[in-house]
Design a protein around this ligand. Structure first.
Ligand SMILES: Cc1cc2nc3c(=O)[nH]c(=O)nc-3n(C[C@H](O)[C@H](O)[C@H](O)COP(=O)(O)OP(=O)(O)OC[C@H]3O[C@@H](n4cnc5c(N)ncnc54)[C@H](O)[C@@H]3O)c2cc1C
Length: 461
């Protein structure tokens, strides 16, 4: 039987972030029956799903469909969505404690890392986050910057060899018909259709044996309609460290096979060329007013696996540089933070401040572990955190104003226009209708006002 916490009200839980980890946490809370819960999921954006909407590549339709599973969580009667509410701006963590018995931080780690090399700020240099935000229709995308960079480009360099680097390379190399079936905003689709980019060079500091991409993502590059993939056979010669790294590692072995196949293929006459370059460390982005090239040092792996420069420098011509070298979490006012690791410190999901547990505060997802793992990884992670929360429930300090209306009244008094699940459903319907009007299954609304305007339809009944 549920413990109704001294026979009064359900346990009030706020989840900060409606990405995969937030919604998996909500699912875990509502699937247990030890404690009766009432859950609010807050998100700073008007639309839910975090990187499942604003990260996963739009041409990966089956992966993006995880949103249907996540959306079902929002339909649970004990779960309420309060989107368009930024914690730290619209409401503080201190205030949240007035309304909730427990808070679960699942606000992600989607700020991009820098290369820390000269020229990084030159026009024509953008981060993968900026590019991904733009093509996924994130309301805060730096659209003008990204569009100016793409429109002026014929040769792109992508720095990084993870799955995100492969995503952006693929999107920049696809033809318009190959992108038509996605839910990209229409202006993104239109601009990519006119792109003059003819070559994309992907650079990894280490060798192919150490590259983080999965074989499935890698193979897709070889299946594009109008692009040829080139690999320098010199990069595939295995040093002892790489041999040891590959040994018994199926993903790495398969990657090497795919790359070896490409290294012997003749150029197929595609309009675009994708070059995969390894052992290439960018040392400077070159250009006066805007980027004209990337200076690269050839690297080698020393016997202990450390990376060393060879003193052999080359310059790759480029008028667009996309850096894709990882993500980082940011602190939230009033919440302990491990600056070195970019995460909220915790023990079994309980937030720690100087090694002491902060009562009623929990963490899950990328802001707990750092930016690693696939969407599914967050389910196990969020469930583990919820286990800790439920175990603590009888001892949690109680909120002063647990009535669910108290927090929404507080937000309304502040002039915050929160979006509920009905609002999200109205956005969903508007995106489908917009897509259908252009013969597409769906078109993402990218403008915050347009999203809020669509959400408002749910309030007019
Ligand atoms: C470009 C990219 C592509 C990816 N592609 C894949 C893929 O194809 N397959 C796969 O399995 N995984 C993929 N991943 C990984 C996957 O997206 C992550 O594992 C997952 O999204 C992490 O979930 P999260 O909930 O911790 O964070 P997020 O998904 O980032 O969600 C965090 C949420 O918190 C909200 N938020 C942030 N700050 C605040 C605040 N102050 N107040 C309120 N809300 C806030 C954000 O708006 C966001 O909705 C990709 C990641 C990236 C970056």
């Amino acid at each position: 039987m549920p413990d109704s916490r001294s026979g009064t009200s359900p346990l009030r839980v706020a989840i900060i972030g409606s990405g995969p980890s937030g919604l998996y946490a909500a699912e875990a809370l509502t699937s247990q029956d030890d404690v009766e819960v009432s859950v609010d999921v807050l998100d700073r954006l008007p639309a839910p799903f975090g990187l499942a909407r604003y990260g996963v590549a739009p041409d990966h339709l089956s992966l993006r469909s995880v949103r249907h599973t996540l959306a079902a969580v929002l339909d649970h009667s004990a779960v309420r969505l309060l989107a368009n509410v930024e914690v730290g701006t619209d409401i503080s963590v201190e205030e949240l404690h007035r309304f909730y018995d427990a808070i679960v931080f699942t606000y992600g780690a989607a700020t991009d890392q820098h290369l820390e090399i000269p020229g990084e700020d030159l026009a024509g240099t953008i981060s993968a986050t900026e590019l991904v935000n733009w093509y996924c229709g994130h309301p805060d995308a730096a659209a003008e910057r990204v569009e100016a960079a793409i429109m002026a480009a014929t040769s792109a360099v992508v720095i990084g060899v993870g799955n995100v680097a492969v995503d952006v390379t693929r999107v920049l190399s696809k033809t318009a018909p190959e992108l038509e079936h996605t839910d990209m905003p229409q202006h993104v689709l239109d601009l990519l259709a006119t792109s003059s980019i003819r070559s994309v060079t992907v650079l990894g500091r280490r060798g192919p044996a150490q590259a983080a991409f999965t074989t499935k993502e890698l193979r897709e590059l070889g299946e594009l309609a109008d692009a040829d993939v080139l690999v320098d056979p010199r990069d595939l010669a295995l040093d002892p460290v790489s041999e040891a790294d590959i040994e018994g590692e199926r993903r790495r072995e398969r990657n090497m096979q795919v790359l070896a196949d490409w290294s012997t293929r003749a150029k197929g006459g595609g309009r675009r060329t994708i070059r995969l370059g390894f052992f290439s460390q960018p040392v400077e982005i070159i250009g006066r007013d805007r980027v004209t090239g990337v200076r690269v040092e050839r690297t080698r792996l020393d016997a202990d696996g450390s990376l060393g420069g060879t003193g052999d420098y080359t310059t790759i011509d480029a008028d667009l540089v996309v850096r894709s070298v990882g993500y980082r979490g940011m602190p939230l006012a009033g919440v302990p933070f491990d600056t070195a690791r970019g995460i909220i410190p915790h023990h079994e999901g309980r937030v720690l401040d100087d090694d002491a547990v902060v009562p009623g505060e929990y963490v899950a997802g990328w802001i707990k572990r750092g930016p690693t793992g696939i969407i599914g990884t967050n389910k196990k992670d969020a469930t583990a955190t919820v286990h800790s929360l439920i175990a603590d429930a009888p001892r949690l300090p109680r909120a002063a104003q647990p009535d669910p209306d108290a927090v929404t009244t507080h937000l309304s008094d502040r002039g915050v226009r929160y979006v509920t699940v009905d609002g999200w459903r109205a956005i969903d319907a508007a995106e489908i209708a917009l897509g259908e009007s252009r013969g597409r299954a769906r078109t993402t609304l990218h403008d915050r006002d347009a999203l809020l305007e669509s959400a408002r339809w749910s309030e007019r009944d």
